[in-house]
Write a protein that binds this ligand. Sequence first.
Ligand SMILES: [Zn+2]
Length: 149
Amino acid sequence: MPTHLTSHFTLEELLTSQTAIRFRYDEQFSPSEQVVSHLIALCENILEPLRVALKQPIRVSSGYRCRRVNVKIGGAKKSQHLDGEAADIQVLSMEVEDLLQFIKASDLPYDQLIQEFDSWIHVSFSKRNRGEALRATKLANGHTKYTPA
Ligand SMILES: [Zn+2]
């Protein structure tokens, strides 16, 4: 498997998962070829061009998730993280909302762009890029509400 997916992103950081380490979900770290090809597409089309445009490091808090990790952290059943099509990112020197606006204003071909809880940006890339931008907020009952961003 390739160690670098693009010049600034490694396979290792797109597989990162404290949950997988803690619960010994070893499959998290040996994804299928299809997942790796999706991660490469995500990096080539979104993360790397964004890194270059921002001239700042992008921290990936979650990329690919194996099924057990996704269940454990309460991810959506059909989360694009399961297919290696999504990443949760932060740029340390930037407010999350500013990062959302920056990506929206760019011509990056994202599928979904979600500003989640003022904490990170979820961005996905797939074959059918919807260009959908949302903002996720937690309601008092614990449910997540999505509104157009
Ligand atoms: Zn996400």
